[in-house]
Ligand binder design. Structure first.
Ligand SMILES: *Cc1c(COP(=O)(O)O)cnc(C)c1O
Length: 379
């Protein structure tokens, strides 16, 4: 699904030099590379504060801790996402409220969010799934109207832009009260282990978050709040410092691959190709509205599982993200959930397939993959 080796070869010299710098400086935690990365990412995203941490799951958890959410508070998020999003809500004793997504873009459905708001609701967690932004304008409007926090799960869309109806562009993760991301190796900006970060424009919240990631300490050995140990280490920051200046290029390579997939697979009655949000038609050349963390299409007429088996037999990697909706998972099921409220997620879990997507895909590989898909659909 990804080719991290191929990408490493293209940046090997710089990564190794930066590794040597960390090793000889022996400042493995909170070293200068971490500080450099924090500053560069603040500039790249146009946010006032980046708070590096150990992984994306921690980033989401720390965001909820920093906002002061309390047991019993309800947090609304999408039924169709990676489990990390809902896991941290439950872990903190908050009440996850899962809602359905939109059938074309797979993003949290603002109408379903509105329906789910109660007097206990405190936050909404939109997930920028597969590389583009959730419908932030209606979500922010709802949040303002009901006094809710918005925590953006931006693990899959770093570098994506959101175009508002007035034409202004914003970076994914910079629009809510706080954004959280992951630098897991296969993400668009991945390190060589675990890593994550929070972003916010709120000075007071940034201060709170910086203490929480470091055992609740604002002054050495004074623990003002309950915190966690969640740090980005210097070796990971060294990789990220090498890769951040290349992120736009990496995302452009992903878009190029997506465009090639779209062209080769167009016009098939059994396929529904990815829809790009934000008013951009097709694969946009002029903006980063979709950074294709995944190239995920729908296979209609009950043909998905057959296609998965066909590709597996040819040793073509593919993924099903996500095969079981979160509301049906044992850990997150609730007796009051009604299947009729999750029509879209239920259907998507039987239709979606993700094709190999990374920065090193070439025309020949794409031709082989798409030809194999067309062969299956014809048979
Ligand atoms: C990867 C991912 C996370 C978790 O990130 P980790 O760094 O693996 O903890 C959270 N949410 C989404 C949507 C993700 O894709």
């Amino acid at each position: 699904m990804v080719d991290l080796q191929g990408q490493y070869q293209s940046i090997e010299k710089e990564v190794n030099e930066r590794f040597s710098e960390v090793l000889s400086g022996a400042s493995f935690i909170n070293g200068p590379q971490v500080h450099e990365f924090q500053k560069s990412l603040e500039e790249y995203l146009g946010v006032k504060h980046v708070i590096p941490c150990a992984n994306g799951t921690d980033a989401l958890q720390i965001a909820m801790m920093g906002l002061g959410l309390q047991p019993g508070d309800e947090v609304i998020t999408a039924d169709f996402t990676f489990a990390a999003t809902v896991e941290v809500i439950a872990l903190l004793g908050l009440t996850p409220v899962l809602v359905d997504v939109l059938p074309d873009t797979f993003m949290i459905d603002p109408k379903a969010v509105e329906k789910a708001i109660t007097s206990k609701t405190k936050a909404i967690v939109p997930v920028h799934l597969f590389g583009q932004c959730a419908p932030m304008e209606p979500l922010m409007a709802l949040a303002e109207q009901h006094g809710l926090f918005v925590i953006e799960d931006n693990a899959q869309a770093i570098g994506a832009t959101f175009t508002a109806t007035d034409g202004t562009k914003k970076m994914a993760g910079s629009m809510g009260h706080v954004g959280a991301t992951s630098f897991f190796p296969s993400k668009n900006l991945g390190c060589y282990g675990d890593g994550g970060a929070l972003f916010t424009n709120d000075d007071a919240l940034a201060h709170t978050l910086r203490g929480i990631v470091n055992h609740g300490m604002y002054e050495r050995y004074h623990h003002d709040v309950v915190g966690v140990n969640s740090r980005l280490d210097s070796l990971q920051a060294a990789v990220l410092n090498t890769k951040l200046p290349k992120l736009d290029g990496y995302n452009a390579a992903r878009r190029q691959a997506a465009k090639a997939y779209n062209m080769a697979l167009a016009g098939q009655k059994d396929l529904e190709l990815p829809t790009t949000v934000n008013g951009c038609e097709g694969i946009c050349e002029s903006c980063d509205c979709h950074v294709f963390h995944q190239y995920t299409l729908k296979v209609l007429n009950g043909k998905r599982d057959g296609l998965v088996a066909h590709l597996a037999a040819l040793q073509i990697p593919c993924g099903v993200y996500y095969p079981i909706p979160l509301h049906r998972q044992k850990a997150y099921n609730r007796p009051d959930y009604k299947e009729s409220d999750f029509k879209v997620t239920n259907e998507l879990s039987e239709q979606v397939i993700s094709l190999p997507m990374h920065t090193e895909l070439d025309a020949e590989q794409i031709k082989f993959i798409t030809q194999s898909i067309l062969d299956y659909l014809k048979a």
